[in-house]
Every structure is written in C-alpha cells, then in structure tokens.
Design a protein around this ligand. Structure first.
Ligand code: UDP
Ligand code: MG
Length: 139
C-alpha cells in the first residue's frame, strides 16, 4: 500500500552534515521526499511533538536535544513507507540496531539516535499535520 510517513533527521545528524547520506538511504529504499524543510524547533514545539512521551524520564532531555539545532523534516512517500522507513532507521538504541541502518551508522546513543519515523498510520497523520504549516501542505 502506498503510504506517507513523517521522517526527521535529528539535530546530531544535521550538525554532522550527513543529511545527504541519509537521503541516499531513503532513496535506496524507494522512499520519495514529497515535502521537506530545515526547521529549528522551540522547546514548546518539541514538547508538543513528543507529548506522548511527556511522562517518561527521558522527556526533558529528549526535548532539549531536539531543539539544540535545526532538524530536517520530511514527508516520505512509497510502498509501506511507515514500516519501510523504520527499517531504514533501525532500532531506537543504536547499540541494538542492525548493520547498515541509519541509527547504527550515525546514532550516538539511545537519545541522540539521528532519525525519527512515525510508528503507525495514526501517528503519521498526526505528525504530518503537526508540520503541515512549516511544510506548506494543503488541507
Ligand atoms: N529516547 C530516549 N531514551 C529512551 C527511549 C527513547 O532518549 O530510553 C528518545 C530517542 O531519541 C527516541 C525518542 O526518545 O528516538 C522517542 O522514543 P520512542 O520510544 O518513540 O522511539 P522511536 O520511535 O524513535 O524508535
Ligand atoms: Mg516513536
């Protein structure tokens, strides 16, 4: 099924100038960027984006990290894009991630793990809507 997912190249990876390599990995998986922008989140927006995690112990540190520098936000489209992008990213913890995945190649630790991807269709809808103003998406 053709799908869209919300993908983010996180601040650690943007700072290390590896956006291009990560885009190549999406391309190799036939995931097509249909919208994209570099955005510098405020703390409030980072908290809003990750509000499902507001009760977790890592919430404050995560939201501080997510606004320490620009992020590269993309809508990726393709066959089974949601699951496909999560496979390209690898496991949340880079130490557990498979060889050749983004998080294995670029992630520093379980927090600074270089990439985000929606985890299901409802999340993808919410997350694409969250950035629709920045990305100038219609409807
Ligand atoms: N995270 C963290 N510590 C943890 C688990 C997650 O700092 O123990 C961070 C990490 O950056 C992760 C994000 O919080 O990507 C969201 O966590 P989630 O469990 O949703 O992982 P993901 O869907 O990103 O793989
Ligand atoms: Mg998640």
């Amino acid at each position: 099924m053709n799908q869209k997912t919300l993908a983010i190249i996180k601040p650690d990876a943007v700072q290390r100038n590896v956006i291009g390599e990560i885009l190549c990995m999406a391309q190799e998986r036939d995931l097509v960027p249909v919208a994209a922008k570099l955005i510098h989140l405020t703390r409030e927006r980072a908290q809003g984006f990750y509000h499902v995690h507001r009760d977790k112990g890592f919430f404050d540190s995560l939201t501080e990290y997510m606004c320490e520098g620009p992020i590269f936000v993309m809508v990726l489209e393709g066959e089974e894009a949601i699951e496909g992008w999560r496979e390209v990213m690898g496991a949340t913890d880079p130490a557990q991630a498979t060889q050749g995945t983004i998080r294995k190649r670029f992630g520093e630790n379980i927090e600074r793990n270089s990439a985000h991807g929606s985890d299901g269709p409802d999340t993808a809808r919410f997350e694409i809507d969250f950035f629709s103003g920045d990305l100038e998406l219609e409807g």
